[in-house]
Design a protein around this ligand. Structure first.
Ligand code: HEC
Ligand code: HEC
Length: 343
């Protein structure tokens, strides 16, 4: 069947299926109805409460979202043919891969996020960003899923829907993203009194959490991000993607401002910054120590009383800070068999 013809047949089928879906009389059960198994994600005491979503989290919903995430069918007939979400978002690297000019953002603890993408182009909750990924980025052809031997039944079981729409694809993916929760790094175990940090890691932690390094203002514990936008002084003039948040709001105060990325699993997600300009954490720490550049929109937090733009860390302090950043690696998360490719 040609694509055009399939588009025409779609609405006709909908008319045929529509009334039967609604015919929910006492003697005849709704053929789309489903029984799902609720799933609860247990969070450590120091985590914020999870935001409320319109869909309950279910085993069936997460499993469907996981399968879609790893399935190249999603890009069939779209501009990104042959790709799955997981092609650019690899579990072993906290769901990133090294990329060209725009660095891939990781998928970890995004349920708490309200702005998505480096410049915050999409705001809302997980379902809103999934709607963007499905409709604008992948331009998912739902007919491919509707005519698949397994997907219609999987969608019915997970979401109680007889006719797959892009919104349903976004709903399933959003459930999967709620499952991508990381709470088992060494730093987490330290916060739960389960494991000690080494002397060097403790020293790095005090630099991170005090005015010495001043990192915690923006990379706040426990999500290691404040979910806000800052110009941290990577450069003093801005063109192209480097204008950051300014491209979305047109507000000069946000020139060069980017979303604070989480530092969870940061040792696994090189290169660093929105354009991947730094190859190692040592380079990042060198930048924060003495590389910050002035511009009118520079975040005031980057200006230090007395010393101007430099925090002037010693080589020992830099090494300690890097050691602390390594404690944010959650090996259970990146090796979790339940998060792997299901195919
Ligand atoms: C071709 C590579 C590629 C593919 C395929 C891809 N992504 Fe991404 N993803 C990126 C890049 C690059 C970014 C950062 C882009 C930006 O911020 O402008 C990103 C960012 C995101 C973000 C924002 C994260 C945040 O912290 O704000 C989400 C969510 C996301 N992707 C989900 C998906 C989903 C779902 C799919 C599959 C439907 C997908 N991605 C497929 C490259 C990709
Ligand atoms: C004023 C807020 C702010 C402060 C203070 C701050 N950061 Fe950042 N950090 C950001 C933002 C925003 C980015 C992304 C910037 C970009 O890509 O243009 C970032 C990026 C990073 C990255 C790279 C993340 C990635 O996924 O590529 C690392 C690592 C990092 N910061 C560590 C630190 C450390 C260590 C400190 C303390 C010395 C610190 N930050 C202080 C806001 C801040």
């Amino acid at each position: 069947m040609s694509r055009g013809l399939r588009r025409l047949v779609g609405p006709v089928l909908l008319l045929v299926l529509g009334p039967s879906c609604q015919r929910n009389t006492a003697e005849e059960a709704d053929p789309c109805a489903t029984q799902t198994s609720p799933h609860n994600i247990v969070l450590p005491f120091y985590f914020p409460a999870p935001p409320v979503f319109s869909d309950p989290l279910t085993l069936e919903g997460m499993a469907l979202g996981r399968r879609l995430y790893y399935d190249t069918l999603l890009s069939r007939n779209g501009p990104l043919q042959g790709l799955a979400c997981a092609t650019c978002h690899d579990q072993a690297r906290s769901f990133t891969v090294p990329n060209g000019t725009v660095n891939v953002l990781p998928h970890v603890n995004l349920a708490w996020n309200s702005s998505f993408l480096w410049n915050g182009k999409v705001s809302g909750n997980l379902q809103d960003i999934m709607r963007f990924e499905v409709s604008d980025f992948f331009q998912v052809d739902v007919n491919v899923l509707r005519s698949h031997p397994e997907y219609p039944e999987l969608f019915r079981k997970a979401l109680g829907t007889c006719w797959i729409t892009r919104e349903d694809v976004a709903r399933a993916l959003a459930q999967w993203f709620r499952r991508l929760t990381s709470t088992h790094s060494k730093f987490d175990r330290y916060l739960r009194y389960e494991e000690m940090l080494t002397a060097q890691e403790v020293s790095g932690m005090s630099i991170f959490l005090s005015e010495t390094g001043d990192c915690f203002h923006c990379h706040a514990v426990p999500l290691m991000t404040d979910n806000r936008f800052h110009n941290i002084g990577l450069q003093s003039t801005f063109t192209g993607f480097d204008v950051g948040r300014y491209a979305v709001t047109g507000n000069p105060i946000e020139m060069g401002a980017f979303k604070t990325p989480t530092l969870r699993n940061i040792a696994l997600t090189a290169p660093y910054m929105h354009d991947g300009r730094f190859a190692t954490l040592e380079e990042v720490v060198d930048f924060y120590s003495s590389g910050v550049q002035h511009s009118p929109s520079l975040d005031p937090i980057m200006t230090k009383p007395g010393t101007g733009l430099t925090i002037g860390l010693t080589p020992q302090q830099k090494a300690d800070l890097v050691a602390f950043l390594h404690t944010l690696t959650d090996t259970a998360f990146v090796n979790d068999p339940e998060l792997r490719n299901p195919f």
